[in-house]
Ligand binder design. Structure first.
Ligand SMILES: C=CC1=C(C)c2cc3[nH]c(cc4nc(cc5[nH]c(cc1n2)c(C)c5CCC(=O)O)C(CCC(=O)O)=C4C)c(C)c3C=C
Ligand SMILES: [Fe+2]
Ligand SMILES: [Fe+2]
Length: 361
C-alpha cells in the first residue's frame, strides 16, 4: 500500500482537532549506545548541520559519534532520574496539563498529544494515533518560542514527510514561533518575579541555545527573536539595560556561533563587577540536559572559579499553570475558526430542530 490509511473511519464521525506538541527528543537511556543512536538521528538532520553531506557524514561517523556519545552519556547520567530524562518527564507533564485544560474547555473535541522530533515518540507515529482517534484537523505547536530553521523548520519537515505518505491529510495549522505572546511573556516574568520575591534580585542572565552565526547571515530570524524576547521580558520586569545580559549557550563544533557565548560571558562578569547572577533560559520551554547540566552545574563552576560569589539558576516554565494556559491559548487561537464552525454547526442544528418541531406542531 503506497499511502497510509486511517485505521478507523466512519462517514458520520465527529470532526476532532488534534493538538500536536513537539519537542526535540532525548535518548532512551544515559548510555553510550543510546546516545549513539540518538545523536546519529539528530545530527544527520540537514536542518541541524548545514555542511556538505558527504564531508559531514564522514566527520559524524568517524569522529563525533565515537567521541561525543560516551561524553554526552556521562552528562545525561548526571541529570537522569527514576522517571527518565528530564526533557521527557517535563514534556509529558506539560502534555498532561494542556490535555486536562483543553478537555475542560472543549470536552472530547480536542485531543492533545506529544511527539519528539528525534527518537520516540516520532511525529509520524503520533499523527497516526491522532488520526486513529478521529482527528481530521491538526494544530502543530513546536515547543520553541523562537523560530530557528534547525528546530521549527525541522519539525515542519517531519510533518511534511509524514503527509507525503498519508492518504487522508488533516487540515493543518503550524505555529512557527510565539516569543511575543503576552501569556508566555507574563509567565516568564512571574517565574522570575516570584523567585526574586523569595530570594532577592541579582543581575539577570538570559541564556538562549546558540546556532551557527552563518544561519543569521543566511537569514534565520532566531537571533532577532531572542533579542526581542529579552527586551520584552526586561520591559515586563521593569529592568534597566545594565540589569540584564543576553547570551548564547551550547556551542557545538569549531565554527563561530551566535555571540556573546554564555560561558565566556559568565567567566568575565566577576572582573567587571557583577559577582551575583540569576540565570534564566527563555528559549527552553522545559528543563533538560542543556539547562540542568550545562547551565545549573557547569556554568556555575565557571562563574565561581572566575571570582563570582552567587550563582542561581531559575527553573524553566515547565508545567507552571501560567505557562500551560499560555500554550493552550496560543493553540486555541489557531483553532478558533474550527471551533467556531462547531458552534455554528450546533446553532444550525438547533435552528433545524426548532423548525422541525414548529412544522410538526
Ligand atoms: C549543530 C548542532 C546543534 C544545533 C544547531 C542545535 C540547535 C538547537 N538545539 C535546541 C534545543 C536543545 N538541544 C539539546 C541538546 C543538544 N543540542 C545539540 C546540538 C545542536 N543543537 C546536541 C548535540 C545536543 C545533545 C546533547 C549533547 O550531546 O550536547 C536539547 C536537550 C535534549 C535533552 O535530551 O535534554 C535541547 C532542548 C535549540 C532550541 C536549538 C536552536 C535554537
Ligand atoms: Fe541543541
Ligand atoms: Fe550542552
Amino acid at each position: 500500500m503506497k499511502f497510509q490509511s486511517a485505521n478507523q473511519f466512519s462517514h458520520s464521525q465527529q470532526d476532532k482537532i488534534g493538538l500536536l506538541l513537539v519537542n526535540l527528543g532525548t535518548p532512551d537511556a544515559p548510555t553510550p549506545k543510546a546516545l549513539r543512536s540518538y545523536l546519529r538521528e539528530f545530527l544527520s538532520d540537514p536542518r541541524v548541520v548545514e555542511i556538505p553531506r558527504i564531508i559531514w557524514l564522514c566527520i559524524l561517523y568517524l569522529i563525533i559519534l565515537p567521541l561525543r556519545a560516551p561524553k554526552s552519556a556521562h552528562a545525561y547520567a548526571s541529570v537522569w532520574s527514576d522517571q527518565g530524562s528530564p526533557l521527557m518527564v517535563n514534556a509529558l507533564a506539560q502534555r498532561d496539563a494542556i490535555h486536562a485544560l483543553m478537555s475542560e474547555r472543549h470536552g472530547e473535541r480536542v485531543i492533545t498529544a506529544l511527539a519528539m522530533r528525534y527518537n520516540k515518540p516520532s511525529v509520524s507515529s503520533v499523527i497516526q494515533q491522532l488520526q486513529d482517534q478521529g482527528a481530521t484537523k491538526l494544530v502543530v505547536l513546536p515547543l520553541y518560542p523562537q523560530y530557528a530553521a534547525s528546530t521549527v523548520a525541522s519539525v515542519f519537515d517531519a510533518v511534511a514527510a509524514d503527509f507525503a505518505k498519508r492518504r487522508w491529510l488533516p487540515d493543518l495549522r503550524f505555529i512557527t514561533h510565539y516569543h511575543r505572546d503576552r501569556g508566555y511573556q507574563q509567565a516568564m516574568a512571574k517565574r522570575i518575579r516570584d523567585y526574586w520575591e523569595t530570594h532577592g534580585q541579582a543581575h539577570l542572565v538570559l541564556s538562549f541555545h546558540g546556532i551557527p552565526k552563518r544561519s543569521l547571515t543566511l537569514g534565520d530570524p532566531y537571533f532577532c527573536e531572542c533579542h526581542a524576547t529579552g527586551r520584552l521580558l526586561a520591559e515586563e520586569l521593569g529592568l534597566r539595560k545594565d540589569q540584564y545580559t543576553i547570551s548564547f549557550q551550547s556551542r557545538f563544533g569549531k565554527a563561530e556561533w551566535l555571540k556573546p557565548y554564555t560561558d565566556e560571558t559568565l567567566k568575565k562578569m566577576p572582573s567587571s563587577g557583577i559577582k551575583a547572577v540569576d540565570v534564566f533560559c527563555p528559549g527552553f520551554s522545559a528543563d533538560c540536559l542543556e539547562t540542568i547540566e550545562e547551565i545549573a552545574i557547569e556554568n556555575r563552576d565557571y562563574f565561581l572559579e572566575a571570582g563570582g560569589e552567587q550563582y542561581r539558576y531559575i527553573e524553566a516554565l515547565n508545567d507552571m499553570p501560567e505557562h500551560i494556559s499560555a500554550l493552550a491559548n496560543i493553540a486555541e487561537r489557531e483553532m478558533a475558526g474550527w471551533l467556531a464552525e462547531e458552534i455554528n454547526g450546533k446553532a444550525r442544528q438547533r435552528y433545524a430542530d426548532e423548525i422541525t418541531q414548529e412544522l410538526a406542531g
